[in-house]
Design a protein around this ligand. Structure first.
Ligand code: PEP
Ligand code: MG
Length: 582
């Protein structure tokens, strides 16, 4: 097959080389993992058993049909039974398990998608509509299977695992999160912007990924050999041997460099001129604390608690209970062994809907998101506050509130924290009464009225992802405007630098927890602005630390001032690049 190259948006660095695994939207809704060779026959039997169970179900349905029911109903059941017996359903998925080591659900959905695509091409409208029957039969089998899921195979469980490249039209943040304990080597999607939450989760997985690839999922075929250049946002399909060789060498070089960086784990982050810098981790789930500790983070600067709330539709009830949340927060606090854990209250909405199917807002990024949603759902918010407060009895916890813009949001949030504390006192529960409360500065209005926040908050954390989105009016998840999403726009730099400076003047600690904090190309610029707290994915921490160790703040400061006075985007970009040579 001929080689071709696709260009998109780089979102997670590194090189991935592997075989393409196309995931249709339906396939994303089921679990997909690889079965070790020795368990393949057991997995085949699991699917055979599920099919047999559905046969019985259909038989029972048939037997229990009321005498006076319309004839079509019986015929309908017959059609489903026939479909279920057809080798296309009863045998091909078994072969997929045997040849590709897919789990039963994945094998079944793969085959159903394949059949559905064939049906789409049929001219005859009646036959074309039989597609729905096939899907319904598939769903019946899936329902039985989900009750009998076998254990997941974790990363490293199979040598081939790292060589699978997921190719999909789009992947929601919740689906991306599912890949955390699965085995994939890279991601390519048609949609998505550089700072969509899907991209952020890909970065936290430390797996090369490229998004905004237009029609990659239509052009790339199952099992094609694919290279993802996650630094350039380029995907090469069926590369010629010399190109493949070059990328393998680059991959090996990156692995060697990473190994070297590992030596910096315990080195304190201090600049050449002796300024101490605090390097914190961003996490989505308590399990990520292992990676944070391994990278030498001195705490968690951002625990995106909404990931505990997402992807819970279907068999789960919707919201995690106070106790469930408490367990997750406590787990993170204990795992960090006395290092502070900053838990951000629910930031649901925009590209992180609780339920994708229920997303109805016309413009969700400007809608009932984050603190707005929490203040509109006080019982839910109080439950979360109590859960966080209870976790603060197990180690240092800070409470961070997202998306604040209005004075009343500050006052109401603080009042609700007081109310949650009182409820816990009444119940005799322990918590840290002096828990620090901070605000995310991520709406331009907040950055422009900073004294309002400084007066009432114990600390601030700048969310550059949203600050850029709202300052430049660029949807961070939309690849069509991704070229306009510029962290170095003078307006963004102005809001950032004034927030850092005003915080320092008032002695209120300011961190950056947006993606800018983990971008090693911007480390010196942020140091020059006076930033001393950076929170990022654990995977980025050691390269940022290396940059800090090589930086001299005194030398950076005058150059940074010059950058902040400029309105010329090209000159700014060049000067930021030059800072790395200072
Ligand atoms: C941000 O907006 O920069 C941020 C850290 O929060 P999130 O990416 O979760 O919106
Ligand atoms: Mg944000």
């Amino acid at each position: 097959m001929a080689s071709f190259t696709l260009h998109g948006i780089p979102v997670s660095r590194g090189i991935a080389i592997g075989r393409a695994h196309l995931l249709a939207p339906a396939a994303l809704e089921v679990k997909h993992y690889l079965i070790p060779d020795e368990q393949v026959e057991a997995e085949v039997q699991r699917l055979q058993k599920a099919i047999a169970t559905v046969h019985k179900e259909l038989q029972t349905l048939w037997n229990e049909l009321p005498k006076d029911s319309p004839a079509e109903l019986g015929a309908f059941i017959d059609v489903h039974a026939l479909i279920l017996s057809d080798p296309m359903i009863a045998e091909v998925p078994l072969e997929i398990i045997r040849t590709r080591n897919y789990n039963a659900e994945w094998a079944l959905v793969t085959q159903i998608d394949e059949l559905s695509a064939q049906f789409d091409e049929i001219e005859d409208a009646y036959l074309r509509e039989r597609k729905a029957d096939i899907q319904q039969v598939g769903e019946r089998v899936l329902k039985v299977l989900t009750g009998t899921a076998s254990t997941l195979v974790k990363d490293g469980g199979d040598d081939a695992a790292g060589h699978l490249i997921v190719v999909a039209h789009d992947i929601s943040p919740a689906d991306m999160l599912q890949f955390k304990d699965r085995a994939f080597g890279g991601f390519v999607t048609d949609l998505g912007g550089p700072n969509s939450h899907t991209a952020i989760v890909a970065r936290s997985l430390d797996i090369p990924a490229a998004v905004g690839m237009a029609n990659a999922s239509a052009l790339i075929e199952q099992d094609d050999l694919v290279i993802i250049d996650g630094d350039a946002g380029v995907v090469i399909v069926e590369p010629p041997p010399n190109v493949l060789e070059q990328y393998r060498e680059r991959q090996a070089r990156i692995a060697r460099d990473r190994k070297k960086l590992g030596k910096l784990r315990k080195t304190p982050a201090v600049t050449r001129d002796g300024t101490e810098v605090t390097l914190l981790a961003n996490i989505e789930l308590p399990e990520d604390c292992t990676a944070a500790m391994d990278a030498g983070a001195v705490g968690v600067g951002l625990f995106r608690s909404e990931f505990l709330f997402m992807g819970r539709t279907g068999v789960h009830h919707k919201l995690p209970t106070e106790d469930e949340q408490f367990e997750s927060y406590r787990k993170a606090v204990v795992a960090m062994k006395g290092r502070p854990v900053t838990i951000r209250t629910l930031d649901i909405g925009a590209d992180k809907p609780l339920d994708v199917a229920e997303q109805t807002a016309l413009n969700p990024a400007l809608g009932l998101r984050a603190i707005r949603f929490c203040l509109a759902e006080p019982q839910m918010f109080l439950a979360q506050l109590r859960a966080i407060l209870r976790a603060s009895a197990y180690g240092p916890v800070k409470l961070l509130i997202p998306m604040m813009a209005h004075a009343f949001e500050i006052d109401q949030s603080l009042a609700m924290i007081e109310q949650a504390k009182q409820q816990l006192r009444d119940a005799g529960e322990k918590f840290d009464p002096l828990i620090p409360v901070g605000a995310m500065i991520e709406i331009p209005a907040a950055a422009l009225t900073l004294p309002m926040f400084i007066k009432k908050m114990d600390f601030l954390s700048i969310g550059t992802n949203d600050l850029i989105q709202y300052t430049l009016a660029i949807d961070r998840a939309d690849h069509e405007v991704a070229h306009l999403y510029n962290p170095l726009h003078p307006a963004v730099l102005h809001l950032l630098s004034t927030t850092i400076a005003l915080g320092a003047r008032a002695n209120v600690p300011v961190a950056v927890c947006g993606e800018m904090a983990g971008d090693v190309r911007l480390t010196r610029l942020l140091l020059g602005m006076g930033l001393r707290e950076f929170s990022m994915h654990p995977t980025q921490l050691l390269s940022v630390k290396q940059e800090i160790l090589n930086s001299d703040i005194e030398a950076l400061a005058p150059q940074t001032k010059k950058i902040l006075r400029s309105y010329d985007p090209v000159a700014i970009a060049e000067a930021v690049e030059e800072l790395r040579a200072v």
